[in-house]
Ligand binder design. Structure first.
Ligand code: G1P
Length: 289
């Protein structure tokens, strides 16, 4: 197969964000901040830290402001310069230089598998990462980097796994397989949101490093759960035909697509910020008494 360097990341961002209404009525959910950084910027930063250069955003109507966030804002920069806020100006410029951001539109909401398939021509014949913006992972070694390392070691597509309570297995793709080491397993079973009898408690979290072969599978993939073309179903085929690894990543994951998870992420990230941690911690301990 082609090179083992992962240069491209596909980030699906076409959803309507209905779980976050009314905030997402006019603002794409990807731009909702954790403290003061839009969630999508954490994802792009993680991609870049894994060696990615090209970010392929799967967008939809009304979500162009996500692209603006990664563009040069000339007027804003000029204003910051005039008012002597040079550090802030440089920070704004750095966001525009993080990666090459390109977009493709998913014209109909046909599922995550379909969203990924929209990137087929832009990815071409090379392995690539898929990163879901709802999953924010705070880790010493960025989660996508952990997966690309596993991909390099094994030569096989690798997906992020995390143990979840049994009661939550119906909300995730669930994987089971043969352990290779403490963190790695070779997947032999993969089910999207099992209603009953989950094959394990190991949930798929939104980070994947995949071979281009997955596009061929997706092209033939019939709709699955919820009538949508599911990435998980295509990966079950990939696991059977080519092999697929699951990697239990190190790090703290927040479900930023959920109100409670989003609040937790904000608190956790604020407590890590030198400019906020002290007074925020003091206030929190007062308020939760
Ligand atoms: C998607 C995937 C699911 C995965 C989850 C991780 O589901 O379909 O397999 O476990 O992301 O966050 P969604 O949460 O978009 O319904």
């Amino acid at each position: 197969m082609s090179s083992s360097v992962i240069r491209k990341a596909v980030i699906p961002a076409a959803g309507l964000g209905t779980r976050f209404l009314p905030a997402t009525k006019a603002v794409p959910k990807e731009l909702l901040p954790i403290v003061d950084i839009p969630t999508i910027q954490y994802i792009v930063a993680e991609a870049v830290a894994a060696g990615v250069r090209d970010v392929i955003l799967i967008c939809a109507r009304g979500k162009d402001s996500i692209v603006d966030h990664f563009d040069i804002a000339k007027e804003l920069e000029a204003h910051l310069e005039r008012t002597g806020k040079l550090e802030l100006r440089d920070q704004m410029r750095a966001i525009a230089k993080m990666a090459n951001v390109v977009t493709v539109r998913q014209q109909e909401p046909l599922g995550l598998g379909h969203a990924v398939l929209c990137a087929k021509d832009l990815v071409g014949d090379e392995p690539f990462a898929v990163m879901l913006g709802d999953d924010i992972i705070d880790a010493e070694v960025p989660a996508t980097r952990q997966l690309t390392d596993c991909y390099r070691r094994t030569g096989m597509g690798t997906i992020a796994l995390m143990e979840v309570p049994v009661a939550e297995t119906g909300s995730y793709g669930i994987a089971a397989g043969t352990p290779v080491d403490d963190r790695t397993l070779r997947i032999d079973k993969l089910v999207e949101k099992p209603r009953k009898d989950p094959p394990s408690h190991l949930a798929v979290i939104g980070r994947y490093v995949l071979p281009p072969r997955v596009f061929e599978i997706l092209e033939k993939q019939p709709p699955g759960v919820g009538g949508e073309i599911q990435l998980t179903d295509a990966l079950a085929v990939l696991a059977r035909e080519e092999g697929l690894m699951g990697y239990r990543f190190e790090g703290q994951r927040y479900d930023a697509g959920d109100r409670l998870g989003y609040l937790k992420a904000n608190v956790a990230y604020a407590l890590k910020r030198p400019d906020l941690a002290g007074p925020f911690r003091a206030w929190l301990s007062e308020v939760v008494k």
